[in-house]
Ligand binder design. Structure first.
Ligand SMILES: *[C@@H]1O[C@H](CO)[C@@H](O)[C@H](O)[C@H]1NC(C)=O
Ligand SMILES: *[C@@H]1O[C@H](CO)[C@@H](O)[C@H](O)[C@H]1NC(C)=O
Ligand SMILES: *[C@@H]1O[C@H](CO)[C@@H](O)[C@H](O)[C@H]1NC(C)=O
Ligand SMILES: *[C@@H]1O[C@H](CO)[C@@H](O)[C@H](O)[C@H]1NC(C)=O
Ligand SMILES: *[C@@H]1O[C@H](CO)[C@@H](O)[C@H](O)[C@H]1NC(C)=O
Ligand SMILES: *[C@@H]1O[C@H](CO)[C@@H](O)[C@H](O)[C@H]1NC(C)=O
Ligand SMILES: *[C@@H]1O[C@H](CO)[C@@H](O)[C@H](O)[C@H]1NC(C)=O
Length: 394
């Protein structure tokens, strides 16, 4: 949507009111902003029949040198950016977007649409997942596995804690993010109308995950739309033990609610930038959808080496997963546009807590330590009460 603001001509006509304006003469007010992380995820939206997202390219200061432009349809209703990969790129790009005077993002829905590794205990390759929680799983202490005590199951220990299963005692604030579950359910409904892509190689690879104990039964099923949570880590980890350790940490950090199923390198960073933007009145944090499609298994099947699964296997899922970003994602975009006046312009009321572990944008987290902040280098109990900003949820 393009909202005209005084043009050079009107400024001239009403020169008494004219002020120097270094910014474009209009603001773009998108209904949906697609967040891609790298080229394949971005390009799958280009040249599609539903809309032309390359109609406008807008260079945004602070974007990645590899991906300097935001892209928008001619009417500005749908836009896209490419963050660049991993946490730092995601945080800086989104922080730059929300600071840009070219965009009014106060009613925009953000659709994170990327590929991810998948936990075969919960879902399978080529599936489309929608997260409620995003957990920064590697924000922990780490010891090399050869130096850990005999009774540790992993080298990762939550910060401020002294054993792997102790709740993190030192909280940075980006550990866990929770998004609008009612909006997620609408997005799942839209995505379920898509016919998902698959490949013969992916079908063959899934079959290897059948076993007597059925631990990876979910991995043997055809691709589908699944509600489960995303882990964020700059380290591209792989294998059963790290997958299980981060699954355990996800449960711990979300007080038992989170189900670790996908692994990616950006979402917590994107969400942290958006939560700060919400606190500044620039975006509505209740309008975020985190969609990840499964491009590879995060761990081997029983009997396969972890390195074979990551480096050498032909899982056949990368291309279908990229394609499914578009196939499922376009249904979500169309669902939002078609239901704009009735449902999405006013907003989908969240019935769950939305926000971060600090309660930065108000409400009481259903995870995290509440008022208990031991050994916290960032905020003490008293300070937290003072610095916490409460902005009404829109
Ligand atoms: C926008 O950029 C893309 C490639 O990044 C290009 O294909 C497209 O033609 C550009 N659109 C306009 C209107 O210049
Ligand atoms: C490991 O053993 C030490 C020493 O007995 C004990 O203090 C610690 O709680 C144990 N940790 C775990 C994770 O069991
Ligand atoms: C990442 O975001 C998720 C969901 O908001 C949150 O649960 C998790 O703690 C975050 N993790 C880190 C390391 O920031
Ligand atoms: C997946 O997409 C590819 C490339 O467009 C196509 O050749 C193939 O038939 C599709 N497969 C399914 C199962 O949709
Ligand atoms: C995950 O937690 C379970 C249950 O506490 C434990 O048995 C398992 O060893 C843990 N896995 C890792 C890799 O830490
Ligand atoms: C939505 O509302 C706008 C503004 O009132 C109107 O122009 C548009 O036709 C409406 N769209 C639908 C699909 O009802
Ligand atoms: C989450 O679990 C921790 C550790 O057991 C506990 O201290 C905290 O009160 C729990 N938070 C909520 C909101 O239940």
């Amino acid at each position: 949507m393009i909202v005209p603001i005084p043009t050079a001509l009107t400024a001239l006509l009403f020169s008494a009111f004219a002020v120097a304006d270094p910014y474009p003469t209009y603001k773009i007010k998108p209904k949906v902003f697609i967040i891609s992380m790298f080229d394949p995820e971005a390009e799958i939206w280009w040249g599609i029949p539903e809309f032309d997202i390359l109609a406008q390219n807008i260079t945004v200061p602070g974007f990645s040198p590899l991906f300097p432009d935001a892209h928008c349809t001619a009417n500005g209703e749908v836009c896209q950016l490419v963050t660049g990969e991993s946490e730092i790129n995601a945080a800086v790009t989104i922080a730059s977007l929300v600071a840009s005077p070219t965009f009014d993002l106060t009613t925009t829905y953000f659709l994170i649409g990327g590929i991810a590794g998948v936990n075969p205990e919960v879902a399978t390759i080529c599936s489309v997942t929608f997260a409620r929680y995003a957990v920064q799983v590697a924000l922990q202490y780490e010891f090399d596995i050869r130096e850990i005590p005999d009774n540790f199951t992993t080298g990762y220990v939550p910060q401020g804690s002294t054993s792997p299963d102790e709740y993190p005692q030192s909280i940075y604030g980006t550990e866990v993010f929770e998004v609008n579950d009612a909006l997620r359910k609408l997005a799942v409904g839209f995505a379920q109308t898509a016919v998902l892509n698959d490949s013969a190689e992916a079908i063959a690879y899934r079959a290897h995950y059948a076993s007597d104990d059925n631990i990876y039964a979910a991995a043997t099923q055809p691709p589908s739309v699944v509600e489960c949570d995303v882990a964020t880590s700059d380290v591209y980890y792989s294998g059963r033990l790290l997958g299980e350790a981060f699954g355990n940490y996800t449960k711990l950090a979300t007080n038992g609610t989170g189900v670790y199923c996908t692994t990616a390198q950006e979402d917590n960073a994107t969400l942290e930038a958006l939560i700060r933007a919400h606190a500044a009145g620039l975006v509505d944090y209740a309008r975020i959808i985190v969609m990840r499609t499964a491009s590879d298994m995060d761990r081997p099947y029983i009997g396969e080496a972890a390195t074979t699964n990551l480096f050498w296997s032909n899982q056949g899922a990368f291309e279908p997963a990229v394609k499914n970003i578009y196939l499922a994602g376009v249904k979500v975009v169309e669902g939002i546009l078609n239901g704009w006046n009735s449902t999405f312009a006013p907003g989908v009321k969240a019935t769950n807590y939305v926000g971060d572990i600090f309660g930065t944008i108000g409400g009481t987290p259903d995870f995290g330590p509440g008022a208990v902040f031991n050994d916290n280098p960032v905020t003490s109990v008293g300070k937290r009460g003072v610095v916490r900003r409460r902005v009404p949820r829109k």
